[in-house]
Structure formats: C-alpha cells, structure tokens
Ligand binder design. Sequence first.
Ligand code: GLV
Length: 310
Amino acid sequence: MPVVMFHDALASPDAWRDGLAARIPELDFRVWPDIGDPGEIEFAMVWNLPPGSYAGMTGLRCICSLGQGVDHLFLDPDLPRDVPIMRLVDPWMSQSMTEWILLNLLYFHRQGPEYDALVRQHRWHVLPPPETSECRVGIMGLGALGLHAARAISGLGFPTAGWARTARTVDGVEVYSGNGQLTDFLARTDVLCCLLPLTAATRGIINTDTLALLPRGTFVINAARGAHIVDEDLLAALDSGQVAGAALDVFHTEPLPPEHAYWAHPAVRVWPHVSAQTNPATALEQVAAAIRRVADGRIPENLVDPTLGY
Ligand code: GLV
C-alpha cells in the first residue's frame, strides 16, 4: 500500500485525495502535518514544505513538486540528497502559461499602455498601427513552458528567439545559448519574457547590466520567479525609459507587500502568481503514474537534476 504525504498550504488536499483514491484505491494518503510515523512516507507531494520537515522520513522513495518549479525544494538544507525528485510537466499548465504570456505580449504590442492612458483622458486618438514582423520577442528559458510559448508566438508571426543553457534547434525560433550569446540575444529583443528555472546561475539575471543591453523601450514579462529580477534595477530602468513596461506574475515576496513600489508604478502590471496554476484535474494522472512506478521500484518521469537545480 503506497504511503503518500501531501503538503500545499495554498491548496486543498481534497481533489488530490479523491483523484488519487479513484486511480489507486489502496493508497494511504496523509496530509502534512498529520502524517503519522514519518518513517512510513514513501512518496511526498509538496509545495513550499517548511524546511526541516523531511526529518525522520527514512523510507522516502520520491519527492514530487506540486508545481513546475522546484526551487522551493532546494531552500531546505535538509532536502534528502539520495531521493529522486520529480516535477509536474503538464500540457494544461503550458497552455495556461502561453495564454498569459500572449495576453501581456499582445497588450504591449497593441499599444495597450498608450490607449489606456488616452482612455483615461477620454481622448479618441489613433496611433500608427504596430508591425508584428518588427516586434522581436525573446524567451529566456526553453523548457516545457518556454518552448510552448515560443512556438505560439512564432506562429503569430513575431520574430522569436529563445535563450537556453545549451544549444538546440527549434523550428521557427532562433536559439541563443549560454552566457556567450546572452548579449546578442538581449540586443535583438523588444519584448523579453522570462520563463527560466530559478537556480544559482539565473538568480538576479535581469539586472542593470542585462537591462542596459536591451534596445531602449523594451517590455519585460516575468512569469518565472521574482528572484530572477533585481527589483531596484528594473524600477530604475522603468523610470529612465530604458524599459517601457513590465508585466510581473512573480515576486521576491509573495503576496507582494502592499507598500512595494510595483503596485503603484504606472508602467507595471502586477498579477498574483496565476499565469499557470497547478490543476489537479490534469496533473493527477501523471502523479498517479509516478506513484505506481515508485511502488513498482521504477524511476518516475520528469526527474529533476539536483546538480542543475531543475
Ligand atoms: C508555479 O509557479 C510552478 O512552479 O508551477
């Protein structure tokens, strides 16, 4: 009987419990912190589990992030090093993320900020139409989410580039790779979308130096993690006009503190981390498959490489 622990302070366990029970009737589903003997837990489904909570989980066989990002796991210095970690890779979340990226990209591209300002003044004024073939979009991160978004954006006719750790070929997307090609990638980008995993190598990657490499008037869209951006640097670039606007779904501290400068900044669109929410209805199947594999002594899919941090 597989013993599973669930922890997500933001979500109810009910849909997961019911959905897993329907797929694996013999499952023993325990909700943190009422997990009984920690030594019995074999499979941990977690989101922001408080550091130190793995103490005593000597029978753990797999840790599953209840999101696509896994940076929350590595915040725990006591994360068991010998237990495989998997993450969700859910086409529904990729679709949801792409919709959110497109919503903000098209808002900026179709002069949403300018028209909103005109509407506030009750002014009927027509701007010259924007040219899609001249709006160069750059996606940082070509994982499941970045690739899905890049393909959709390219499909709409935007000149689309991606920046990834390693070189690869993607139809319709110009791929730049490694630190050596970051400058060229930024220099050709009019709308920058961040979909990177948060690792030691990507923390603070959007800062004064990298923002200065973008053409003046670029838009920045961040749906990855707040810590990819140095907030003071982005605010300074917005105030100087180097960056024309930003759509931000993720922040260093969430919820975004009420006094944070982003809330009131006229060029910033703040979203409450909703670009691609975890959906038990679509993610259940892969979690159930992973539990079955672990119970059979096999390795689950979508494993994380702890040395890379994603
Ligand atoms: C959400 O932020 C996720 O990592 O899935």
